[in-house]
Write a protein that binds this ligand. Sequence first.
Ligand code: BT5
Length: 338
Amino acid sequence: MDTRRALLDALESGPVSGPELAERLGVSRAAVWKHVEALRDSGFEIESGDQGYAVTDTPTYGAAAIRYGSTAPYEIEFHEAIGSTNDRARELAEAGRTDVAVIADEQTGGRGRLDRDWSSPSGGIYASVVIRPDLPPAHAPIVTLAAAVAAADACREACVDARIKWPNDVLVPDPDADRDEDDRTDRSGNDRTDRDEDDRTDRGGAKLAGILTEMRGEADRVSWIVVGIGVNANVDVASLPPGATSLRAAVGEDVDRRHVAQTLLERFHELTSEPDSVLAEWRERAITIGRSVRVETASGTVEGVAVDVEFPGALVLETDDGTETVLSGDCEHLRPVE
Ligand code: BT5
């Protein structure tokens, strides 16, 4: 572990004297002082009082800010701008790394699923975590569901009522889903009549976050998984595609991005450490269960009522032809026929 990070870890639980820090870190007192100065330069306010050094303020964002005080074990690689954090995380994964989160303020080539684009203006949270869970490749979808729960909980920390649409969309639900389409505007006042959907479908709300999972699997075990999570945090809705919203738009002011990113990583770590807990947590936050849906899968379209989600993330549908289970696909909610 690098010394600066060890220094911050040591200061997390209160003031520590220079000599004690030098001893704990195995460096000279002069080196401690040099590292304290470097941390001050990067935005930490560190006072040196009678009891030693103490952190009194932290930078608003960036690797050290996200790492400081976090219980998630991930090393953070931060970029002001990058093509795609998933691409960088895949490079690290291929090089043998694990438990690293690549985080950027802005992406110039953000990717969604199926070669779709992910708009990634400055002010969002774009994070890709490399993990090597002890799972067979067929169970990997549970990690995507864990990420959706983590993203929803992170948004809730910013006081936004975030819900999950199967399998991995985090939405702010429509407050007035039963009203006529023509009357509807989102909370930021945007006209919602420009939706690219037919008149029976309903996104279920405005999209706040999305997840892109990529992996390399061996015959019976996952080699690595990269989970890319994009959260529209402090970004303007005008810079996002129709049907999207942001935390800033939902609460009416900037949110504490550092706190949201920390919650995201901490919840993701907790949930992936206990894969058996994921489905129950997912169901609690889901808006898809109980709804009429249409799912586009690689092998065709399935319509029915979504009745449950099953390990490792399959949607169970009651259709006219009986029960069907769908492992992956694009899901649209259908409005009841009037
Ligand atoms: C997703 O794809 O929802 C996965 C998004 C994953 C983004 C993260 S950011 C960190 C990491 N690095 C990457 O390069 N990617 C990951 P999908 O379900 O296919 O949704 C994509 C669709 O959502 C697009 O076709 C647009 O319609 C819409 N969209 C694009 N950008 C959006 C945004 N910022 N907010 C909401 N909707 C968006």
